[in-house]
Design a protein around this ligand. Structure first.
Ligand code: SAM
Ligand code: SF4
Length: 443
């Protein structure tokens, strides 16, 4: 029996997919290499933007044919889309060939739900309104032995006015520090060299554990930095409002913590930031970047930006472009605002037309790419540490890896380098990747 996943959206869905794969392997399944050989296909969905949802509907359309050819095939849908009650109901009505529809809070029930489907009968739909307790007993199948995502908390309490995440992922729930450290220790013992600590806002880690336990993200980072064998620690995402000086110090003083900070700014206009409910100003953000750079001088800073938020004026957008230039981001994930039903911003006045949003998006991407190239040019002829991950997907003569600042590097393919921390001299720079040559044999 074989399974095949279609994973949409962010790393949280990747992490959920690892749990689902863990369950399936325990039930005797193995992974299929193609859809055609699968006995069960699961769509793990995202609803952060309309585009992500459209891709899911496109895939559902395609799967109808496969189900016709192979009626015993089980098709299930999970993730953020069906966690919305109205969407779950409409999926049930519009796609009768879906065998299983379940929400993010029902993940621990997956084996039971699948058994219900296998027992036959009608479509199984399970969407819990509330997330349960944090579960430490769920299986997890990780593909990559070298790098691992480690979820440290679930949910989000921020309610940025454009964002659907708090509605589909629930309130913040932190895992215990001991459980996280134990997981990282076990990963390191099995050869993992890099962990990325995951949460919608890792900076508020531990708040929900008080007053019983008093621990924050800086404490967690320091504890993880002491686990032997973990050479690199990353984390995402950090809310700029909650990036304390204690956390900056912990990042600067913990050698394993990489010099890369993903700090979504969303907009460079104070008026837009206030309407987004982000809880900081442009000035506060710039001051934070300065404080970070004064403690971690060669840090790469990356960000997320939304253009075309309702009511965004030409001047607001110009403020965003100016902020992008002022910070000098290493990379910008740029998005056109997408109205999400049920979020406050969806009901705001003055929605921008699609062509206007597309034009601003294009302008932002051009500006950001030019700056990214400039930032990369500073690395020409420098020697940087690269964690070699494996052969390049596009060119088997090359190996790829990442710098501590999270930049993609290609080197010549030679034996026995995968998994090593290698010194590499950068010989050519591009906007999205670097080319280099090995210096030494690695460690
Ligand atoms: N928790 C993270 C944070 O606070 O930045 C990321 C959450 S979200 C999955 C990733 C990014 O999607 C956000 O940073 C934001 O830029 C973008 N995003 C969220 N809602 C959006 C919307 N309605 N339209 C366009 N982009 C959106
Ligand atoms: Fe969404 Fe804001 Fe929470 Fe990030 S912090 S997940 S953008 S509500």
């Amino acid at each position: 029996m074989k399974y095949f996943f279609h994973i949409f959206g962010c790393q949280m869905n990747e992490a959920d997919a690892e749990v689902l794969a863990g369950f399936l392997v325990n039930m005797g399944y193995s992974e299929a290499t193609t859809e055609a050989e699968a006995d069960i296909i699961l769509l793990i969905t995202c609803c952060v933007r309309e585009h992500a949802e459209s891709r899911v509907y496109g895939k559902l359309g395609e799967l109808a044919r496969l189900k016709q050819e192979k009626p015993a095939l089980i098709i299930g849908i999970s993730g953020c889309m069906p966690q919305q009650d109205d969407v779950a109901k409409s999926l049930r009505a519009k796609f009768p060939y879906l065998d299983l529809i379940f929400g993010t809070h029902n993940l621990p029930d997956f084996p039971r739900l699948l058994e219900e489907v296998q027992a036959g009968g009608s479509q199984v739909l399970a969407v819990l309104d509330e997330a349960g307790e944090v579960r430490e007993d769920l299986p997890r199948l990780r593909q990559d032995g070298l790098k691992a995502w480690v979820t440290i908390m679930y949910g989000c309490n921020n309610y940025c006015t454009y964002c659907i995440v708090p509605y589909v992922r629930g309130r913040e729930r932190s895992r215990s520090l001991d459980a996280i450290v134990a997981e990282v220790r076990a990963l390191a013992e099995h050869g993992c060299r890099e962990v990325t600590l995951l949460g919608q806002n890792v900076n508020s880690y531990g708040r929900d554990l008080a007053p019983l336990v008093r621990v924050d993200f800086a404490d967690l980072l320091t504890a993880i930095g002491k686990v032997p064998g973990v050479a690199r620690v990353r984390f995402m995402t950090s809310h700029p409002r909650d990036f304390s000086d204690k956390l900056i110090a912990a990042a600067a003083n913990t050698p394993a913590v990489c010099e890369h900070f993903h700090l979504p700014v969303q907009s460079g206009s104070n008026a837009v930031l206030a309407r987004m409910n982000r809880g900081y100003t442009r000035e506060a953000y710039l001051a934070l970047v300065q404080r970070l750079r004064s403690r971690v001088p060669h840090a790469a800073i990356t960000t997320d930006i939304i253009v075309g938020f309702p009511g965004e004026t030409e001047q607001d957008f110009a403020d965003t472009l100016a902020l992008v230039r002022e910070v000098g981001f290493d990379s910008v994930f740029a998005f056109a605002y997408s109205a999400r039903s049920g979020t406050p911003a969806a009901d705001y006045a003055e929605h921008l037309q699609k062509p206007e949003k597309s034009m601003r998006l294009k302008q932002l991407i051009e500006t950001a790419n030019a700056i990214a190239l400039e930032r990369n040019q500073k690395l020409a002829n420098q020697v940087v540490e690269v964690l070699v991950e494996g052969p390049s997907k596009t060119n088997p003569d090359r190996l790829t890896g990442r710098t501590r600042t999270n930049k993609l590097v290609h080197i010549n393919n030679e034996p026995d380098l995968v998994g090593k921390l290698l010194d590499v001299r950068i010989t050519k720079v591009q906007t999205f990747s670097l080319l280099g040559e090995r210096v030494g044999v690695g460690r």
